[in-house]
Design a protein around this ligand. Structure first.
Ligand code: FES
Ligand code: FE
Length: 372
């Protein structure tokens, strides 16, 4: 199919990009099933036999930790007659994954290890008929999968996005994100297209209007220029603010590797197509988006703290509450826009003001991917 490109980079995408199931199907094929996609916190699948299932584009993927402690990803499809292998979103098995249909059984390394009456079918190759593997990388304590036969470079596309924002990819190492623990997690069901969520995250033109708590903590956000607008820029905390909390009250101890330069600052990173990382001195807020349909997106938000903070049971509610409010305010705004995407008033889209111009680069990236 051909897709009409937006008339100008300073215009937004036309409304049908946010509503049309054929656009969404193309995005599933050329974006979600072709790029690196963050699917799980590795520590949630921390011991042999633990598994999680997740939808990536039109496919279901199962992530399972093997007896060798290795995390692996497979298409969640039985090779016999195609039944969905694992039906639960998470669970634990002893030694193998067994299909609920005719009981073909797969080792945690994906090999076919048993099938009823298989002795009567001596020719079957147990490796050939094992689960179909999916490319997997672990970074920042998350498992990222890619369904493409030949994945794009993880270094260029995922780590490159972080480098583009922070100036150098190694700067994120200061937060030791893979070592942090999940102190809190909220799953949001957002009735809006995934691109509205990204576009909203990329700009701060709305901050003064809808984020009263955030602009108290980060006064420069009231001017409408998001931290993401400048390479390497961290938005400074207000003078009277003690921590990145809902009321500006004191936060927790700085994460070990975070230096003076990054103290009392907030950094935001977008990794296309579905990850946002927010860095503050004492915690990290990590968003993963799961586009469900043209008008629905699941967002999983993790608040990550040092192991010591989580183990000690210290009160983190003041920091959780700040970004939870930001999330709710943002997602309500996205949900307010979604129904209007099919209005005649938005058939040709809207317009980007100067502080939103970097969203044009996202639109260019998207239309390029859909055109290939
Ligand atoms: Fe899985 Fe038959 S479909 S064992
Ligand atoms: Fe916002």
């Amino acid at each position: 199919m051909t897709i009409s490109l937006p008339p100008s980079l300073l215009a937004t995408l036309p409304g049908h990009y946010y509503t049309d199931p054929t656009v969404f199907a193309l995005e599933q094929e050329r974006i979600f099933e072709s790029m690196w996609f963050a699917v799980a916190r590795s520590s949630d699948i921390g011991t042999p036999g633990k598994f999680e299932t997740v939808d990536v584009g039109r496919e279901s993927v199962v992530l399972v930790r093997g007896r060798d402690n290795q995390l692996r990803a497979f298409l969640n499809v039985c090779r016999h007659r195609g039944a969905k292998l694992c039906l639960d979103s998470a669970g634990e098995v002893k030694r193998a994954l067994q299909c609920p249909y005719h009981a073909w059984t797969y080792g945690l390394d994906g090999k076919l290890v048993a099938a009823p009456n298989l002795t009567k079918m001596p020719d079957i190759d147990r490796t050939e008929w094992g689960l179909v593997p999916v490319h997997l990388r672990e970074w920042l304590g998350y498992a990222w999968v890619c369904l493409a036969d030949l994945p794009p470079s993880f270094e260029d596309t995922v780590q490159g996005a972080v480098a583009n924002r922070l100036g150098e990819v190694s700067m994120i190492d200061h937060w030791e994100v893979d070592e942090l623990s999940v102190g809190h997690r909220i799953v949001y069901d957002v009735r809006a297209n995934w691109k509205l969520v990204i576009e909203n995250f990329m700009e701060c033109y709305h901050c003064a209007t809808i984020h009263p708590e955030l602009t108290e903590v980060l006064p420069e956000f009231a001017d409408g220029y998001a931290a993401q607008y400048y390479v390497g820029h961290g938005a400074a905390f207000g003078e009277d603010v003690q921590g990145f909390t809902v009321d500006g009250s004191e936060g927790l101890d700085r994460i070990g590797g975070v230096g003076e330069d990054q103290d009392r600052r907030y950094y935001a990173i977008t990794v296309n197509p579905q990850v946002f990382v927010n860095l503050v001195p004492d915690h990290v807020i990590f968003h993963r988006m799961y586009p469900v349909s043209a008008d629905r997106t699941t967002v999983v938000c993790d608040w990550l703290y040092t192991k010591e903070v989580v183990a000690s049971g210290k009160d983190v509610t003041h920091s959780v509450e700040l970004f939870h409010r930001v999330n709710v305010q943002d997602f309500e705004a996205c949900e307010r826009c979604q129904p209007s995407m099919s209005s005649r008033a938005y058939a040709k889209g809207g317009v980007l003001v100067p502080s939103e111009h970097h969203i044009a680069a996202f639109h260019e990236w998207l239309t390029d991917r859909l055109a290939t």
